[in-house]
Design a protein around this ligand. Structure first.
Ligand code: FES
Length: 137
């Protein structure tokens, strides 16, 4: 599996997102209160650009007419037919057993760790001061 640096941490603020294209795949990277998640930008229903949808809270009801909002900012609503998906797992809220948006592993790694390897200069001091969001495909 290849790893791809997609952003500096500060580039995607809490509640924010960034769309990236890696090897022809559009992927949305989301920051949920400092935790990063990635979903393919393709709705499993009919292929809409899922990651351009509105981020909403989970709506739960124990009885008809009695509902409550929970887990604010964790659900992504598809812009075409409003199916909702959990950003953290890709799981569909309307059909959680059978429908799921593809997710990707995301880590946050210090810039010093990413600078190691064939790109490190041996005779010149290099300082990297920020953390970066890394996608693994
Ligand atoms: S294409 Fe996303 S809900 Fe239909």
């Amino acid at each position: 599996m290849a790893r791809h640096v997609v952003a500096a941490v500060g580039e995607i603020p809490p509640g924010g997102r960034k769309l990236v294209t890696i090897r022809g795949r559009e992927i949305g990277v989301f920051n949920l209160d400092g935790e990063f998640y990635a979903l393919v930008n393709r709705c499993p229903h009919q292929g809409a650009a899922l990651c351009t949808g509105v981020v909403v809270s989970r709506l739960e009801a124990s009885l008809p007419g009695e509902y409550r909002l929970s887990q604010p900012g964790t659900m992504l609503r598809c812009p075409w037919h409003c199916w909702e998906f959990d950003i953290r797992t890709g799981q569909s809220w309307c059909d959680p057993n059978d429908i799921k948006a593809r997710t990707y592993a995301v880590t946050v790694e210090p810039g010093e760790a990413l600078a190691k390897g064939p790109f490190a200069a041996e005779t010149v001091g290099v300082a990297v001061e920020h953390d970066y969001v890394v996608l693994t495909l």
